[in-house]
Design a protein around this ligand. Sequence first.
Ligand code: FEO
Ligand code: CA
Ligand code: CA
Length: 749
Amino acid sequence: MNKRIDFNDENSNTSANPSFDSVLSARLSRRGLLRGSVGTVGTAVLGGMAVSACGGSDDAVAAAPTVAPTAAPTAAPVPAAALLGFTAVAKSLADTVVVPAGYTASVLYALGDPLTAGTPAYKNDGTDTDFANRAGDHHDGMEWFGLDANGKPSTSATERGLLAINHEATTDEKLSSFFLHANGGTSALPRPAAEVDKEVAIHGVSVVEVKKTADKWATVQASAFNTRFTPLSDMEMSGPARGNALLVTKYSTNGTRMRGTLNNCGTGKTPWGSFLTGEENWAGYFFRIASDNAARGNDKSVTSLNRYGRSQGAASRHGWETGGTADQYARWNNSKLGTSTDGSDDYRNELNGMGYVVEIDAYDKTRTAKKRTALGRYAHESAAFSVPVAGKPLAVYMGDDSRGEYIYKFVSTANWEAADADPVSRMATGDKYLDSGKLYVAKFAADGSGQWVELSITNTAIAGYASYPFADQADVCVNARLAADAVGATKMDRPEWCGVNPANGEIYFTLTNNSNRRVEASSSSQAAVDGPNPRAYTDMKGTSAQSGNPNGHILRMKEGTPGSAATSFTWDVYAFGAQSDADPSKVNLSNLTSDNDFSSPDGLVFSPSTGVMWIQTDDGAYTDMTNCMMLAALPGTQGDGAKKTLGYTRADGSALAVDTFVGKAPGALLKRFLVGPVACEITGLCETPDGKAIFVNIQHPGETTAQADIADPSKYKSLWPSSAGYGAGKRPRSATLVITRNDGGKVGT
Ligand code: FEO
Ligand code: CA
Ligand code: CA
């Protein structure tokens, strides 16, 4: 995400949902009971767990399964004692990628790199075109899809595969994506069509083949697998909202299709070997005229649009709606302009087609992507599956990243069948598991427990919600935020990625930061401190004071009953972000040291090969001391720490005590592994199945560069990756790294 403008972390949850001051009477006896039932799962269990055996045959060729679906991981898990054997890297403000001694990080795939044999090399001077055949911008979440020597899907291949990569956004200052245009582009409306076309095309998803030859990884420019999905790609609406009146547009008058995917942030990989991409801050790209509320008769669509952050008259991020009268530009104007009653003659309903988890078959670019509406519509980050168990439903854990938004879980109607790990059709398997199920939202209690509340039209709190009259279950999915408001979900400190520990099924959510967390909420957009979001403090960045929860934390949840379908959970905080010299009683609650202090956790990925939990930051608070970073962790178990009571003083002078549950201090089991170049974020991680190569994205290096300085590279805030010897030109570029150990060992050991 881009720190400079607030299209990315909009704040539209003004619901009166509890920050559970009302339930502060902690039921500690129950807590103790729940804790007592938590068994410690040792690393030995890892070998017996089926770590999602993904992949399978090509849809068109019914090949034999490459791996028995319940097989153990291809490589034996590394004992915990052998992990994190590297020396932690120091915080860094240098314009370079720093990794531990004994490791090498190489640039593999950067903005503009060609994806077909005939696409010219990237000149990186603002004159390049044809971005539908080039790497997009702002590389984000990423997943690996192995290929065997014959180019067939393989769960064991380690030297050839596909990377499916999200391209979230682009570096902009005022409207223009200035590094893409020779002179920095047009900062006023209307935007020229040629600029709009480039900017649209650098969003979406890449699929690119990568291959190791003589110990060196490179992309395969001419690979037939290479492809791009952009905001103009035709996609199918799937699940409960398919064909619903809310999805009727001029593009799809029967509400079954949608044009493109946008602001793709976190990712997921299904147990059947397809790619999931989360649409995050899509709302800011659209525009509504200043009189649109009245044009809509102030109907319930206005409530929905406001709740999703698109108020009438607000400027769009890039002004793409001004690129011309053709439909591909008109669709960015989300106003009621037509005369139809159903929206089939304009794009008044266009926003209802964005905000989903989208499934893509990375192995087959002829397959149409599907938007899985059953998983709800919000600012999606990653989608993390429960450990698949034959005969049981699958759970998908997801966060909604805006200030004060919620944590969700989807539970499939279908029970997992091991044979589906190697399906004849990946997209049809997606239909089976992702189009029917129950969507839940998390409601946390002060005593360390919580409930998954089902978002169902049969729930009277939803069916009778005074603020928004839901029509049906499709409406609940499309307006999941409003349904979650109706049932009193807990406002969180910006839920980013989630990950499931393959060793024990525990669920980790990064809560990146929240400038609106307060000791007491004084407006509807603020939320008061509570158990799972317990910190509100002032952090100095140089001479500027930042308030709220500037450094974020990592929440941990454990299902209340075994299995994915549980309707209760317990929680604690695995670790609180902080600078190491901050007050240990109020801020540095996890006793972070100079080897592992971090701020604003965002990406979070468990390695199936080693069990290491990788944590990546997208920070604007500690950046006076260090660029963004990646850390490796060996997490313990939920409940391994203790209750802690934080003391605050209210405005009237009275005392406020907030109980939270702090996981065991990570100590040497959390180590900084990488620091990126200036003004970047670190995001996205996947690995080869042997754990010997990991792929990591550097997003938006130099994003604080001023557009006015475009002609003077000496004023760029970062010169990476050209400074690392990669590619032409000096303009900074988002890029994928491949990281290996010089001795050929597993990364993180
Ligand atoms: Fe795209 Fe919430 O990070
Ligand atoms: Ca600071
Ligand atoms: Ca993110």
